[in-house]
Design a protein around this ligand. Structure first.
Ligand SMILES: Nc1ncnc2c1ncn2[C@@H]1O[C@H](COP(=O)(O)OP(=O)(O)OP(=O)(O)O)[C@@H](O)[C@H]1O
Length: 678
């Protein structure tokens, strides 16, 4: 384990230092160690309480009867062990007395036996009842929290979603494990307490409570000397290049790379490179860092703890030598059995304290996910501001707009000093080289991001874009980009969601499919627009023989079959969704970003024709590389270069200027010139 100290780079004001240790391939960074602070430990537990309390109340409110049954069963488990032990020791003692006196007390034995058997039967019934309850309760809890997390996730805006999250992603399953964890913790506390009381009583019968102290010595030592990363805020990462390469090579086996691997005959290369990287990794362990952290350098700690476990036995041996009259065989057996049970319970409790922290962190993540502050502030002005504005397109004014993507590694800003005026109802085409910032302009106008320049550097209908209610702006905007993807729903729903309030209006969906050019590809499918795009069917096979004709294999293939559309078909369905949105009658701005890259020439021409046909009352901005059809009809052509506007004007003006636009236009046009001409 190598320890190195580095200044805490993240926050200038925070002078605390980070300490980084190396565990196999992992690096673990935490704040430089601070002395153990018992007060802090308690205050940590104090801060956990409101979260657990809220969770318990929520689970109870969801399913009061099931929650009570679940808790009662667990609490019973807390005392069950001690009760059974108590009855066993009574039976043993009565039998021993009977053996010594030569006349066993049958009634007493039968009474103790009946009590113990009743306990066992009750425990079994409660266990059965709990097994009936758990699946339903667990599903209710995880569904409830899945919805909670979905709501939290869906309200996050684009810049926030791209920020690296400092926390592990919360999962609804964590809510259940945390609930189970707290109940288990309380159970273990009750178990330890009841067993401790029992053992104290038993050891007092030997004349001293020293035995009890010896029994708890090992678990207490274990609890105090444990090494756990869960107690410390930390990050785990690896910068081992060989490990990273192994991961990358392994990832290349995923289905997405299959055709390229086969076409490039890369199998031998991948295997060889993996072997080389594994050899270079040497003997470094990739066991998960928290596990490696628990390992000790010398065997001393193990020797000491194991010897401590034998102290109760040593005690019995010494007492039997010094005071043989104080011990009987049954009391030795009882002491021995109860000491082992207590030791085990305390060890489990100590492990539970560890998981308690983990569960606290997990449930905190779940609840705190709703508190994630979004980067974009909502405005309070309605859009459109007047009923007159409803029927005209949005106007835009960009004044010295600059923008850099959060976390961008580019040396120059993505957009720099953009000045542009787009009047209401105009058809604008933005052209330019790859990476010149065309799509970024659309993203700013659709308010997916805020500019890095002044908040009022982008005006919509004369007011800063940030002053408007975001929901109103979204309702007034239709976007169509090549990045849009299909949702794992039916194709009809995929189209209908352009206008969610009317998603089930079959006539409207069919009309949108027709205008988007998707009718033909829907007709090809057996279930037409009812065809579902699954995100991966929940059908799993276990130990299914790899024989193509095996009935299980055949059934599994049927269950796992997913449909996939071609790139062009996907773009047509996405375009249909945009036309559905236009049906809502609320759209004043249409932002179209290279939506036809996978379309055939006929499909592309039809798409642009249909979009232009509905441009009345809307401002339309197109970003495209294939601008032949469009720029001639455009009111404004904007040609971008390296994050700035190189030139802007009509097609005729820009051609006569013979600048950047004319150059790009001529390159495209030359493909259609007769050979020999220019
Ligand atoms: N989310 C992002 N984070 C960081 N940088 C980004 C992000 N999106 C785009 N960029 C960078 O911003 C620059 C402009 O990108 P943009 O997509 O606006 O260019 P474009 O002109 O539309 O390019 P293309 O013609 O290739 O679609 C590029 O250098 C790109 O790498």
């Amino acid at each position: 384990m190598v320890v190195e100290s580095v200044p805490h780079l993240a926050a200038k004001a925070d002078q605390r230092q980070l300490e980084t240790i190396t565990l196999g391939i992992w690096k673990v960074s935490s704040l430089k160690s601070t002395p153990f602070n018992i007060r802090k430990q308690f205050s940590d537990l104090g801060s956990a309480f409101p979260y657990f309390f809220r969770l318990a109340v929520e689970v109870y409110t969801l399913e009061p009867v099931l929650a009570i049954m679940f808790v009662l069963n667990k609490l019973w488990k807390g005392v069950e062990g001690a009760l059974l032990l108590y009855f066993s020791s009574r039976i043993l003692r009565i039998i021993e007395i009977g053996l010594v006196q030569g006349a066993p007390d049958m009634v007493a034995i039968l009474n103790a036996l009946t009590a113990r058997i009743s306990c066992v039967v009750l425990a079994a019934i409660l266990q059965w009842a709990s097994e009936q309850v758990i699946p339903t309760l667990k599903t209710r809890v995880t569904t409830h929290f899945e919805l909670y997390l979905m709501q939290a996730e869906l309200r996050i805006d684009v810049p926030t979603s791209q920020k690296p999250r400092s926390k592990f992603k919360a999962s609804s399953y964590n809510a259940w494990t945390s609930f189970e964890g707290i109940v288990e913790f309380v159970t273990q506390v009750m178990k330890a307490f009841s067993q401790f009381t029992l053992i104290l009583q038993a050891s007092n019968s030997t004349g001293s409570s020293l035995f009890t102290a010896l029994c708890v010595m090992k678990p207490v030592f274990l609890a105090l000397s444990r090494r756990s990363l869960w107690d410390i805020p930390h990050i785990v990462y690896t910068d081992n290049e060989h490990r990273k390469r192994m991961k990358a090579l392994n990832f290349m086996t995923s289905p997405g790379y299959r055709s390229e691997i086969l076409a490039g005959d890369l199998i031998g290369y991948i295997i060889n490179e993996y072997r080389k990287a594994a050899a270079l990794l040497g003997g470094l362990s990739d066991d998960w860092a928290p596990n490696q952290y628990m390992n000790r350098k010398s065997p001393m700690w193990h020797v000491v703890t194991d010897l401590m476990g034998d102290l109760p036995m040593v005690y019995c041996a010494i007492v039997s030598i010094l005071h043989p009259e104080e011990l009987s065989l049954s009391s030795i057996a009882i002491l021995q059995q109860s000491s082992q049970t207590l030791e085990w319970t305390l060890q489990v409790l100590s492990m539970n304290v560890n998981s308690f922290r983990k569960q606290y962190q997990e449930i905190k993540n779940v609840y705190d996910s709703a508190k994630t502050s979004t980067k974009l502030q909502d405005g309070n002005v309605s859009y459109p501001r007047t009923s007159k504005d409803k029927y005209k397109g949005m106007s835009f004014e960009l004044r010295d707009v600059s923008f850099t993507y959060p976390g961008s590694q580019n040396t120059k800003p993505t957009l720099f000093n953009i000045n542009l005026s787009i009047e209401s109802g105009q058809l604008v085409v933005i052209v330019g080289a790859n990476g010149s910032g065309k799509s970024t302009v659309l993203k700013l106008l659709s308010r997916f991001y805020d500019p890095s320049s002044a908040p009022d550097s982008i005006l919509v209908d004369g007011l800063p874009i940030s002053r408007y209610r975001m929901q109103d702006l979204r309702r007034a905007t239709a976007t169509l980009t090549q990045d849009h993807s299909l949702f794992p729903l039916s194709l009809g729903e995929n189209i209908g969601l352009g206008y969610a309030e009317r998603a089930w209006d079959a006539g409207m969906v069919d009309r949108a499919a027709e205008t988007g050019g998707a009718t033909h590809c829907l007709r090809k499918l057996q279930k037409g627009k009812n065809t579902k795009l699954d995100m991966g069917n929940e059908a799993y096979g276990h130990n299914v023989p790899d024989e193509p004709t095996h009935p299980l294999q055949v059934e599994l293939e049927k269950l796992q079959k997913n449909i996939s559309l071609s790139g062009g078909e996907t773009q047509r369905v996405v375009a249909a969704r945009t036309f559905m949105r236009l049906e809502s009658g609320t759209v004043n701005f249409v932002a179209v970003d290279e939506p036809s890259s996978a379309l055939d020439p006929e499909g592309e021409a039809a798409l642009f024709r249909n979009l232009i046909r509905v441009r009345q009352g809307k401002t339309m901005i197109f970003v495209t590389h294939r601008f032949g059809h469009l720029t001639k009809h455009a009111d404004l052509v904007v040609c971008m270069k390296d994050g700035t506007i190189a030139e802007a004007g009509t097609h005729v003006e820009l051609i006569s200027r013979d600048g950047e636009y004319a150059k790009l236009y001529n390159i495209q046009a030359s493909a259609f010139f007769k050979s020999g001409s220019t």
